[in-house]
Design a protein around this ligand. Sequence first.
Ligand code: HSE
Length: 342
Amino acid sequence: MQTLKVAIAGFGGVGRATADLLLSRHERYRQVYGVDVSLVAVCGSRAGLADANGLHPHQLNALQAGLSGPDFVMASGADVLIEAGPSDFRSGEPGLAYLRTALSAGLDCIVISKGALVHSGRQLRELAQASGAMLKLSGAAAAALPTLDLLDHSLAGCKVLALEGILNATTNYLLDAMSTQGLSFDAALREAQAGGFAEADPRNDTEGWDTACKLLLLANFGLGADLTMDDLVVEGIQSVTAERIEAWRERGLVPKLIASLTCADGVIRASVGIKAYPLSDPFAHVSAKSKAIRISSDAMGETLAIGCGAEPIATAAAALKDLEHILMARTARYSSLSQPPS
Ligand code: HSE
């Protein structure tokens, strides 16, 4: 049986959920792909654990100090790295160092944190291309909501004309709670923090940066653009007051923080800002912490997806969806190599 060794860098809530889900699917990977998938290393910023024979769930609560960093991951013999560390799009770290090392060495990488991808996406794509590694990022690009998969698979061959998305759960939750429950901005934010989906620094959500990061990833990784944050106009929801909410309500409109992208004559323009929708628009009904994406293409018209899942398992599942795609690709490669020549 083929084997596949996985390492996880970043061992907070999402990293742990990913490890648990991965281990619980061990039998599935054997049955569906004929691959024995093992978890050979996990690490946070200061501690980790490795076992070439595969870690077991009961071991994951006893990390050892000092076992961390790109060299530690490489020494584990992993074939695939799942990067789930904190996200800082202004520096790309700590994920960037792990990803540079892993991609350069040809490890397939599944990225959950957006920071490195936003900061150095082009470099990481080039490293992957040069080494032949696969680079997957569903967990970073709105996770439970299918986004890149729609562009890469469902709409393959079509020309994307425009895209708009509700890509951030926190801002959607805030606007919805202010509109439908009359909650104040601060009270709604406290609920989003308690729900575990607001960023550690919630200004990344409320000022539109998290939405902008996801939009940038869709543009650069899904549509082949090469945008940086400086190319985006970014507006958040921090200035939304109860009075503005009431004014929208009186006009029958529902406000949303929207990621917008247009593609005309080969030029991609992207921005983040508030847009208010009439009740006849499906976006007006994307409530609470749900997300949505609407893509207009030349040949398939309008495609709409709405998604929501409980965190952190939804993000873990998005990352492991990427793992399934890697397993499919590896299995196909292996079986084509083992076919006798005709
Ligand atoms: N804070 C983000 C959100 C989750 O509210 O959607 C991570 O991207």
